[in-house]
Design a protein around this ligand. Structure first.
Ligand SMILES: C[S@@+](CC[C@H](N)C(=O)[O-])C[C@H]1O[C@@H](n2cnc3c(N)ncnc32)[C@H](O)[C@@H]1O
Length: 209
């Protein structure tokens, strides 16, 4: 994430707006994805808090992990109005979080693994924090399986990453999820209402095996 005063200004003023506007197409999916969440939830890669209005009433508390200081400022403001217990942790989810093992009833990760560094470490941390049997609720755009769109994703990747905070349209998190010990059989592929380069989507619930 960007460092220094310009970086924080960029993240707070520009990146936050780009994310809020650019991701609106997936808002209808958020409620459906988060419907099974309940109890203590941790969201890794909280961004500006686009998932917040979609958490069901059964969610009693939320820990928001967000490494960008500029975005975390938005997150704090939004959570202050949420009316349920919440905490913001400003660090990468790929580093050990100051939280006990098996302390959450759900982990939420949406549109984060496309840009995160050290995805295996992030998923290991997600698994450590989940109580046995609890869901990882996940939504990501993924690499197209084949054809012209796959080629376009590869060709556009450098410019896309440069303009959109490192977002890589050619990733698929399933191998890393499986390596981290998650069962991915409940994840489904679904087109997303996003620009065509990031239209192939993957969403649903992954559980620790
Ligand atoms: C495209 S935004 C998605 C924000 C939000 N989850 C959503 O669904 O709109 C990606 C977010 O992932 C965060 N992120 C990137 N790498 C991360 C990491 N290693 N740990 C936690 N968050 C990370 C970014 O700071 C950014 O807020």
């Amino acid at each position: 994430m960007a460092r220094g005063r310009f970086g924080v200004w960029y993240e707070r003023q520009l990146l936050a707006r780009i994310l809020d506007r650019g991701m609106r197409g997936v808002d209808p999916l958020r409620g459906e994805l988060l419907a099974p969440a309940s109890g203590r939830v941790i969201e890794i890669g909280f961004g500006t808090g686009a998932n917040l209005p979609h958490y069901p009433a059964a969610v009693t508390s939320l820990v928001a992990v967000e490494p960008s200081e500029g975005l975390a400022a938005h997150a704090r403001a939004r959570l202050a109005e949420w009316g349920r217990p919440s905490t913001v942790i400003v660090q990468s989810g790929a580093r050990p979080l100051p939280l006990p093992d098996a302390s959450f009833d759900a982990v939420v990760i949406t549109f984060v693994l496309c840009s995160a560094r050290r995805v295996p470490a992030l998923l290991a941390e997600a698994r450590r924090l989940l109580r046995p049997g609890a869901p990882l609720l996940l939504a990501e755009h993924i690499a197209a399986a084949r054809g012209p769109l796959r080629l376009a994703q590869r060709l556009l990747r450098p410019a896309w990453q440069l303009c959109l905070g490192g977002c890589d349209p050619t990733r698929d998190p399933r191998p890393d999820l499986i390596a981290a010990g998650f069962d991915v059989s409940e994840l489904r592929e679904q087109p997303l209402d996003l620009p065509i380069v990031v239209r192939p989507g993957l969403l649903g619930c992954a559980r620790a095996r």
